[in-house]
Every structure is written in C-alpha cells, then in structure tokens.
Design a protein around this ligand. Sequence first.
Ligand SMILES: Cc1cc2nc3c(=O)[nH]c(=O)nc-3n(C[C@H](O)[C@H](O)[C@H](O)COP(=O)(O)OP(=O)(O)OC[C@H]3O[C@@H](n4cnc5c(N)ncnc54)[C@H](O)[C@@H]3O)c2cc1C
Length: 327
Amino acid sequence: AADQLNRRGHDVTVFERNDHIGGLLMYGIPNMKLEKWVIDRKQKVMEEEGVKFVVNADVGKTVKAADIVKDYDSVILACGASNPRDIKATGREADGIYFAVDFLTRSTKHVLTGKKDGWVDTKGKNVVVIGGGDTGNDCVGTAVRQGAKSVVQIEMMPKLPDERAANNPWPEWPRVCKTDYGQEEAIAVFGKDPRIYQATVKEFIADKSGKLKKVKLVKLEPKKDAKTGRLNMVEIPGSEFEIPADYVLIAAGFLGTQDYVAKAFGVKLNARTNVETAEGSYKTSVDKVFTAGDMHRGQSLVVWGINEGRHVAREVDEFLMGYTNLP
Ligand SMILES: Cc1cc2nc3c(=O)[nH]c(=O)nc-3n(C[C@H](O)[C@H](O)[C@H](O)COP(=O)(O)OP(=O)(O)OC[C@H]3O[C@@H](n4cnc5c(N)ncnc54)[C@H](O)[C@@H]3O)c2cc1C
C-alpha cells in the first residue's frame, strides 16, 4: 500500500512496532524460507523513492492513535492477525513454553546478529510443537536445523489420505496429507514422521524448579454432535500418555487482530475479530481509517497481503483525490 501510494505522489510514513519492518516476512517466516536481505533491499528501494519508515513505534501504546489521525489525511491499519491461540492445559506456566512466532522471531534475530540474548536454543533438547499447520512446520524445521534431540508435532485432526479420496475429485482443492520441508527434514534426521495425529495436550509437567520436562497427551476420536450433526474431536478415556519435552512451541492458530490497535482507533471488529469493512471495501467504521492484509481478512498468505495492499491504496487514493488511476 505504501509503495503504490508513494508512486502516486502521496507522502507516506510507515509505523512499525518492531525493530525492523517487514511483518511476518521479517519475524515469523524463517530465514531458510525467506532470506532477510530481500526485505532490506525492498526497504532501501522504497526509502530512496521517498517512503519514511519509523521503527520501534507501537501505535496505540508508544505512539498515540489520536496523533496519527490528527497528523495524516488518511490511515491504513495493516497490523496483521498475530494474536496466538493459547493452550489452556494444567501446568501452562511451566518454563519452556513459547508461542510459535515468538520462538521463530528469536531464532531469526539470532541468525541475523549471532547474539544469544533471548534466543531459544533447542540443540540437544526434546521439542514438542503443538499444531500441525504451516506455522508448526516452520517450528519443526527450525528445531531440526538447530540440532534438537527429538521433535514431535501434535495434530488434533486425523491424518488426511495420501491420495485424493473418491469424494474429492479434481478440480476441488486436494484434501490430502501434505508433508512440508520441516517434516521432510525431520524424517531425514530422525527416520520417522514427527507428527502424532488425533491427540492434544492434557498437562504440561515441570520439575521442582518449574522447568518443563514432559507433556501428557490424550488421544482423540471424531464424534458427531447429536444436535448440530458436526464432527467434534473428543477425548478417548484412559488414552493418556507422556512424552519428554524441554520446549513446547504453540502453533495452534491465530485469533484475529491484537485488539489494542482496533480499540485505539475505535474501529469495529467482525465476529472473526478482524477489522470490519463492507464487502469489497477496505474502509473501516471510522472516517479516513482503512485496513488491509491479515488484520482485515485474518491469517492468510503473502500474495493476499500484496493484493489487499494494492486495493486499499486504490481506495485511499480515491478518498484523497476524488478519483484514482491506480490499477
Ligand atoms: C510462521 C509463519 C509462516 C508463514 N509462512 C508463509 C508462507 O510461507 N507463505 C505465505 O504466503 N504466507 C505465510 N505466512 C502468512 C503471511 O506471513 C501473512 O499472511 C502476511 O505476512 C500478512 O501480512 P500483513 O502485512 O497483513 O501482516 P503482518 O506480516 O503480520 O505485519 C503486520 C505488521 O504490523 C506490525 N504492527 C502490529 N501492531 C502494530 C502497532 N500497534 N504499531 C505498529 N506496528 C504494528 C507488526 O509488528 C508487523 O510488522 C506465514 C505466517 C506465519 C505466522
């Protein structure tokens, strides 16, 4: 959005709460998937073209939302949807439990600076990743490359078939088991798939000093809800078992946007805790405030972030000029 609006001739300032711009491309997606010089290069090009970047500026906390609204003709909220879903099991306070993006951020900072401060080093440790999605896979790959002793990935749902089922023909989205680079690397190092399906955490078990040592898991089975007809994953009584865990990385999904920014600007959220707009529009409930990216559509993909950035730039340009020639 900044790039498009700048090229159109507007003055654009990007506020970023972190020490580096780039969002999850910078701190989230691991270095082996996206090398960070790509972001630095893009930032330099945009700076030379006139975009201003202000880092360590947490809007709604260290920078007042009211000042931004007062000082600028238009505002785009593109703060992502990185509010992590927690696992509320007994022992959650144990030392050694991290949210996935915190762990990945600390790992990237270490890769870039070599500093050990804040780094979660899983070398020689037993690592349990909770969540079988793409973020969990990035955690598996990172732990494997750090030299973890064991890496286990817990997935609530049953394993998908290796090939399309008869009720899932082309051109439907293939509902088949995907083995991504992290899992492939785990298989290469440990000789087996790191995933345990149909299981969830019952308890985090720490030693006397509070350090995590084990995780108690319970097996799950799909059961139809009598009222709604929906399939729910329910615990199988007596199926608990324990596995060693020095570190647990929670990659159990995201719950929409962190609401302090939305509150600071007074914009309405929808039922999915994303910022509300009319269908096909990026305009929020507050005058001259727009939104785009994950903050608008929920956790998504980089291509959607780019697409929404371009569309919101178009709408903002039209709002400021009365017409637009942006694509
Ligand atoms: C671990 C992980 C791996 C992923 N891998 C892929 C992948 O391989 N391919 C793919 O297409 N997608 C991937 N995604 C998804 C993709 O990264 C996101 O969809 C995309 O980054 C969304 O862009 P965004 O700009 O909307 O939000 P974000 O990238 O989340 O950026 C939001 C930015 O706003 C900043 N911010 C938030 N609040 C404030 C505030 N109050 N003040 C100032 N700044 C603030 C944040 O610090 C952040 O820099 C991955 C996501 C994760 C979590």
